[in-house]
Design a protein around this ligand. Structure first.
Ligand code: HAM
Length: 434
């Protein structure tokens, strides 16, 4: 038999990761709730056309990174092309339109958490399946909505202990001023086109803004003097941007205006940003987002402004782990139920079940192991107590309780044991066991 392996670029998240992961996702959800966000869960599969339209045909994501397949139609005919979501935003907008969320009080503040799929070249911290925490504020053009998205991203990372956080921020304008800037950028780059890296020559034709955030050695010298988008903004976009920066200044949130930041998804208008910080190496984004005022209309909904961001959970977990931050283990049962003999096994199963029904955690021995082995197991699992039912206890309707930390033991009636368990273990189960 061949040995099966996980698909390239996709990874298992093992039980020892659970505490760290729930610390990160727990922080994200609790901070989002402080801002008044509510959860929206959308399907992992969407129509391919949604992403082609929403994210943009010429983006790297849509042109080469999507996991798409043809569904089966009726009577064996070819069905629709479906895609594993390569981001949340387009799907959340589809859900907003489809479920009539526009008729609810605006703005709608929605967060999501779950797997994202991109067929990127796997490398460190770049996976083909990864998890995002995503947040969107839909239905407000107010720069305060942009601010709340930036603050949510900032608080998430600062509360998790990230250092030297700094926003990179830019405005990409709106459908009125953006085309003027693109023309200016094309005019500036055209005389140098032959000297640009081949990928950027291609981008100059298909998606000129993307040349701006090129990392290619040949292209970089020509970008230093490229025109700045901010000089081309119309009055509305300029006022929006300066109001947002004013809030950041007033709150002391560090940022750098980065004239080359455009981001790799086509739907952005006005604000775009990334959060940079220590931990991922030089100038790597911890998370990113921006405003997308034309997206809902582009997808067939009413004209509706929106702004959002997404953070990669794997990247956050990586940085926290590298920093050696210790995370308390999650609660585990403190009691192990051991038995001797088949008849006692039944009584032990009943005892453990009864405890769990009352909300108390308990482990039980499997596979008829010797009592000595069961005690070893209890110790291995970090249980502080073992309840033993052997032939004597079975006959007397009692339980022998061994306290492993104090090496003390005591035999008591089932009722007395039940009372002890409620008193001692309910409180302990609720606390975190290191
Ligand atoms: P994005 O910049 O493509 O934005 O992805 C957001 C975050 O997802 C990145 O900053 C990074 O932390 C993580 N990420 C991206 N690709 C990978 C990968 N291959 N492996 C691990 N982590 C990755 C978006 O997805 C937009 N939808 C964000 C947004 C929401 N804009 C408005 N609303």
């Amino acid at each position: 038999m061949p040995r099966f392996k996980s698909v390239k670029g996709m990874q298992d998240i093992l039980p020892e990761e659970e505490a760290l992961w729930s610390r990160v996702t727990g922080a994200a959800v609790s901070i989002a709730r402080r801002f008044g966000f509510a959860k929206i869960d959308t399907p992992v599969l969407e129509a391919t056309a949604l992403f082609a339209r929403g994210v943009g045909e010429d983006t790297d994501i849509v042109s080469k990174e999507m996991y798409s397949f043809l569904d089966r139609g009726r009577d064996g005919e070819q069905g629709e092309s479906l895609t594993l979501r390569p981001e949340f935003t387009a799907g959340v907008m589809r859900a907003y339109i489809e479920n009539g969320l526009a008729s609810r009080p605006q703005p709608q503040k929605l967060y999501s958490l779950g797997p994202i799929f991109r067929r990127e070249r796997p490398q460190k911290l770049r996976y083909r399946q990864f998890n995002q925490f995503n947040a969107e504020i839909i239905g407000s053009a107010d720069p305060v909505a942009d601010l709340e998205i930036l603050l949510l991203a900032y608080m998430l990372h600062s509360e998790l202990g990230f250092k030297n956080l700094n926003f990179q921020i830019n405005s990409t304008g709106d459908p009125e001023c953006k085309p003027r800037y693109i023309e200016a950028l094309k005019a500036y780059l055209a005389p140098h086109a032959e000297k640009l890296a081949p990928t950027d020559r291609d981008r100059l034709q298909r998606n000129p803004l993307r040349v701006l955030d090129s990392k290619e050695r040949e292209t970089l010298p020509y970008l230093a003097d490229a025109p700045h988008m901010l000089d081309y903004l119309n009055e509305g976009c300029r006022a929006h941007f300066s109001e947002l920066l004013g809030y950041l200044d007033a709150l002391g949130i560090p940022y750098t205006v980065n004239h080359r930041l455009v981001r790799g998804l086509d739907y952005y208008t006005k604000t775009v940003f990334e959060l940079w910080g220590e931990g991922l190496g030089a100038q790597a984004a911890l998370c990113g987002g921006g405003r997308y005022d034309g997206l809902i209309e582009l997808l067939g909904g009413p004209p509706t402004p929106g702004v959002g961001f997404a953070a990669g959970i794997e990247r956050i977990v990586h940085v926290i782990r590298e920093q050696g931050v210790s995370v308390p283990a999650l609660p585990q049962p403190r009691l192990f139920v051991a038995y001797q003999g088949d008849a006692a096994k039944q009584a032990a199963v009943a005892l453990a079940s009864d405890l769990r029904l009352r909300g108390i955690g308990a482990r039980i021995a499997f596979d008829g192991r010797s009592l000595k082995a069961q005690f070893r197991d209890a110790d291995r699992y970090g249980c502080a107590y073992v309840a033993v039912i052997g032939p004597d206890e079975l006959a007397a309707g009692s339980v022998t309780l061994r306290d492993l930390t104090r090496s003390a033991q005591q035999t008591m009636t089932r009722e007395a044991f039940g009372a002890w368990a409620i008193q001692t273990l309910s409180a302990q189960d609720a606390t975190t066991v290191a």
